[in-house]
Design a protein around this ligand. Sequence first.
Ligand code: ADP
Length: 361
Amino acid sequence: MPVKSLELKSKLKKFYNAVEQTTDGVFITDINGKIQYINPAFKKITGFTKKEALGKTPRIIKSGLHPLKYYKKLWSTILSGKNFRSTVINKKKNGQLFYADHTVTPVKNERGKITNFLGIWKDTTKQMLIEKRKDEFISIAGHELKNPVAGIKLYTQILEKHFKNKKDKKAIYFLSNLNFQIDKLTSLINGLLDLDKIKEGKLVLNKEIFDFDELVRKIIIDSQYASDKHQIIKKGEVKQKIFGDKYRIGQVLINIISNAIKYSPDKDKIIVTIENKKSNIQVGVKDFGIGIPQKEQKKIFDPYYRTKAVKESRYKGLGIGLHVASMIVKHHGGDIWVKSKPQKGSIFYFTLPLKENASTV
Ligand code: ADP
């Protein structure tokens, strides 16, 4: 046998062994989608043997859980010569479902003509189940914590009243702080439950007409309890009443202000600016704290995302507040973003459209 052909044979053997031994499921089809090759991992994941799979199309593992348009997209992508990537739910031979990160690649010959399709799956069922369990745990824990915390809040309010009657200033001060901490805990629990609602697409807004300026003033007074060090300054004024979910919009502002306090521990000022723009109300919360690197500024609105610097330091948190805030703002038709420089500080902005505004105060 000529040397070149021997070299080729040994190369082919190497590739073949690699594909046979990988733990990812691999299959190759002809141009019509008929399976010509499956590796052992394909059999392990799906339960279909070579004999059962060869000559069939990947339809044998179709779960029926993806709409027709998913498959249309898959075919139009690969027939145009591009890779198709997605998370797919498939069905094993025994009927069990499995999740996979799925890539289909059109294989071209030397003239650029598609001759085959190569499918690779990474079985992600375990990770998906862990994610699901985590979500379920968060949901149950959130619901279980809600009632006792509401009970503590009620008794704190009763005590506050009691000491107000007795004019005990010290006790009133401590209880106001306690009240604030309970509110923080409640909003943390609500955040977890909100995340759950957002995932299920069940975030409901209870819209009403309300005085935005008054809400901002009240939140600034309440937030002041979170820090003796920071002075929270209000700038600007909004004269228009707006139509929205007062509680949810308040939640957005509280979250951003408490972040501004938390992430600027050595500074003493936070500026909340509200302005009437042409078609919306714009809120800006400025701090002079640790800031956020440019490349992480979009990611902080993703669920559970915390910046690298924050994760590696003493700041505590779950990374859900901004995600919930962004969903609330978006549900109102507004926008949320940040301008920031590491070690200089951040300004968080959000807008609320005025097209649904009610009247002038
Ligand atoms: P948490 O504060 O609980 O981690 P958030 O969703 O409120 O979660 O914020 C997500 C991340 O965005 C934070 O972990 C932090 O890295 C970053 N971040 C938010 N606000 C600020 C801020 N004012 N200054 C610097 N980083 C911030």
